[in-house]
Design a protein around this ligand. Structure first.
Ligand code: PEP
Length: 249
């Protein structure tokens, strides 16, 4: 089953409106493969979503970086999935390790968020990944499986889910996983999906890699059979994001 290459740009909590407009202008001028070869989604901070959506080329799409776990109401500071749908924002990133670590989001809470966002019609980039300590103690797969299980327990239809494997030790550190390390976890995750969800979901779900992806290392990572794309942080704010998109070719 074909899995279209997927490249996401996570702009995190960065940018002024002037800087955001410059990034969008660079993206709009980039020569990249067509949408049937690579799906591109960029994720600006909430306040810039309407600006980016209106100025971004129509073959690229936007994602929010988070949304609330259920319908809106008395939840000061939160943004609901329904509001994103109302603004025609098609994607949301959920379970990023920065939110898990800094804001204490548990596997169950992330699973609930994924299920609610999907139920409202959003597409979800669901992040999983182990810390350095967990990798060194040999529990990488147990950690990633537990994070994925919390989603699988709550989600039946996986067609709008992309899993981002993002080892925490590789995020923003310049310490990228080797192609072999990424491939090993992606293949294990796919096996986990096959055993615990279905062969069809395992074959069709895109598993993308995130953690210090750059223009220099993307090609080799993209050559791995179970690496279906990238979630890019720092480099997605720079012109080299275009080179990363081209790794799909
Ligand atoms: C991320 O935060 O999702 C990420 C992958 O960051 P970076 O590419 O900067 O490591």
């Amino acid at each position: 089953m074909g899995r279209t290459f997927f490249v996401g740009g996570n702009w995190k909590c960065n940018g002024t409106s002037e800087e955001i407009k410059k990034i969008v202008a660079t993206l709009n001028a980039g020569q990249v493969p067509s949408q049937d070869v690579v799906e591109v989604v960029v994720s600006p901070p909430f306040v810039f979503l309407p600006l980016v959506k209106s100025e971004l080329r129509s073959d690229f799409h936007v994602a929010a970086q988070n949304c609330w776990v259920k319908n809106g109401g008395a939840f000061t500071g939160e943004v609901s999935a329904n509001m994103l749908v109302n603004l025609s924002i098609p994607w949301v990133i959920l379970g990023h390790s920065e939110r898990r670590a800094i804001l204490g989001e548990s596997n169950e809470f992330v699973g609930d968020k994924v299920a609610y966002a999907l139920s409202q019609g959003l597409k979800v980039i669901a992040c999983v990944g182990e810390t350095l300590e967990q990798r060194e103690s040999g529990s990488t797969m147990a950690v990633v499986a537990a994070q994925t299980k919390a989603i699988a327990d709550r989600v039946k239809d996986w067609s709008n889910v992309v899993i981002a494997y993002e080892p925490v030790w590789a995020i923003g550190t310049g310490k990228v996983a080797t192609p072999a390390q990424a491939q090993e976890v992606h293949a294990e995750l796919r096996k986990w999906l096959q055993a615990n969800v279905s062969a069809e979901v395992a074959a069709s779900t895109r598993i993308i890699y995130g953690g210090s992806v750059s223009g220099a290392n993307c090609k080799e990572l993209a050559g791995q059979p179970d690496v279906d794309g990238f979630l890019v942080g720092g480099a997605s704010l720079k012109p080299e994001f275009i080179d990363i998109i081209k790794a799909a070719e």
